[in-house]
Design a protein around this ligand. Structure first.
Ligand code: ADP
Ligand code: MG
Length: 460
């Protein structure tokens, strides 16, 4: 029924290149597991960095007091204040403020970015008014900084590299806590940074605070990453005495995973080459919210160059990078109007593609489905790799295991979430997956930082 065989061919080739059957995903999971082991063995042993977080105790629920958190890692930045009231009352009060980061600060210099953060924090504190809670005590802060950091302690670490839309050269190799502390002093903010963590570690901690069977934290937002609880004795590169708990939270930095078994297309290759970090974060570029819309745009652009179904390319915005965002493809994918009215609107509003036929709009939905299914299936394979590494949700393991997931992609994109969950069952089997629970842990990254700050700033 399609009048454009050239367009059909592009879609067929995409479908073929993105296919990720269970056998393929099992290879991905095995490769992930092997890279995890290599990364634990020695520093630099794998693309998957397996960063030691220095978090060896997760929240118990007994934490008490008022704690602050800063969450920096994607498009927005949040300041949080939580009042923890112990085992029964839990989070008695929670307030937060979200500030969007001006794009020019994402590629400027470190002091501007940290100055902006510190000034937002100063404003937030000023707006609290006077509270006698703080007459004597210094405020304790947990800092969630969601980029690869080589941690040197629970509250210090140097930036390895930027990812996502950030690129600030003079911050690489610097201690991000020292930078924050300096900026806070300039703003007259008197706070103590009690913990430096990653959003995955925060999500794991917040998940654990509410459910003691949480063993993995995953981020599926602008970027993608995962953290999990490892046995300290299974980390050859861990120096010094083993922690008393016997455990250590590992920030995998799985976004940088790469393997010949990944289904990679010409669109992914071009996206990577033109990105801020070519050759890096390959797994993240296949999965996360920053990129899915852009992959779809590249496919549509190719179709436009080989057929006339979108009209004259130069009259559209198909050449503009990142013009199609993941929330747009999510809206098109979920369009349940009989004539695909939402698809028509998105194509018109975002791309200036007018007067499409119903067949063309159906084809656009299929492209969204192909790209998003691949993403969700690969994310599921990554989770299975971690589960197999720690012997959870495998045949014979009867323990309940919970995966805490945060991030806008997982939270808002229902087709993505459904596909991820059904793929987990497909890979683990009905039996083993009955003991696995996947839980949305909203804003876990910020709350987790406050919880870890609490756990590390007072004797328990
Ligand atoms: P961050 O990762 O920046 O900390 P979030 O966890 O809120 O922030 O995730 C934001 C990302 O989630 C966006 O970059 C976008 O890719 C994705 N997202 C947000 N809303 C939707 C939506 N409705 N459908 C699909 N993806 C969405
Ligand atoms: Mg986040």
């Amino acid at each position: 029924a399609c009048a454009a065989p050239a367009a059909e061919r592009v879609v067929a080739e995409l479908r073929e290149a993105c296919v990720a059957p269970a056998a393929r995903l099992n290879e991905v999971a095995a490769a992930m597991e092997a890279e995890m082991r290599a990364g634990l063995r020695e520093e630099g042993g794998s693309n998957v960095k397996m960063i030691i977080s220095y978090v060896d105790n997760l929240p118990t629920g007994n934490e008490e007091g008022v704690f602050y958190a800063l969450d920096l890692g994607g498009t927005n930045f949040r300041v949080l204040r939580v009042h923890l009231a112990g085992k029964d009352k839990r989070v008695a009060k929670r307030e937060s403020k979200e500030v969007s980061i001006p794009p020019h600060l994402m590629s400027g210099n470190a002091s501007e970015l940290f100055g902006f953060i510190a000034s937002a924090l100063a404003k937030y504190i000023a707006s609290e008014g006077h509270s006698n809670v703080f007459d004597d005590k210094q405020r304790e802060l947990g800092f969630t900084f969601s980029f690869p950091v080589r941690q040197t302690s629970i509250a210090s670490g140097t930036l390895i590299k930027w990812t996502k839309a950030f690129s600030i050269d003079d911050a690489v190799g610097e201690d991000v806590v020292a930078e924050l502390q300096t900026a806070m002093e300039k703003q007259g903010v008197d706070m103590h940074v009690a913990a430096l963590i990653n959003d995955t570690v925060g999500t794991l901690a917040a998940g654990r605070y509410n459910d003691e069977d949480v063993v993995i934290g995953v981020i599926l937002g602008t970027g993608s990453n995962a953290a999990y609880v490892e046995e300290a004795s299974a980390i050859p590169k861990l120096e010094g005495e083993l922690p008393k708990s016997g455990n250590m939270v590992i920030n995998t930095e799985w976004g940088n995973f790469d393997s010949s078994c990944l289904p990679i297309t010409e669109y992914d290759q071009a996206l990577d080459e033109e990105s801020l970090n070519p050759g890096e974060q390959i797994f993240e570029k296949l999965i996360s919210g920053m990129y899915l819309g852009e992959i779809v745009r590249r496919v549509l652009h190719k179709i436009a160059s080989q057929s006339s179904i979108f009209g004259n390319v130069s009259h559209t915005k198909l050449k503009t990078r990142f013009i199609l965002r993941t929330p747009d493809i999510s809206a098109m994918h979920h369009d349940d109007t009989p004539d695909l009215r939402i698809v028509a609107e998105k194509l018109a509003d975002n791309l200036k593609i007018m007067d499409t036929s119903l067949d063309t709009r159906k084809m656009v939905v299929e492209i969204c489905d192909i790209v998003t299914s691949r993403s969700a299936r690969l994310a599921a394979a990554g989770i299975v790799g971690i589960l197999r590494k720690i012997g959870r949700a495998v045949p014979g393991d009867g323990r309940r295991s919970v995966v805490a997931i945060d991030g806008g992609l997982f939270e808002h994109y229902a087709e993505f979430r459904k596909c991820l969950e059904s793929t987990l069952v497909e890979l683990l089997g009905e039996e083993a997956s009955r003991s696995l629970v996947v839980k949305l842990t909203k804003d876990g990254s910020g709350l987790g930082a406050a919880l870890i700050a609490a756990a590390h700033s007072q004797p328990q």
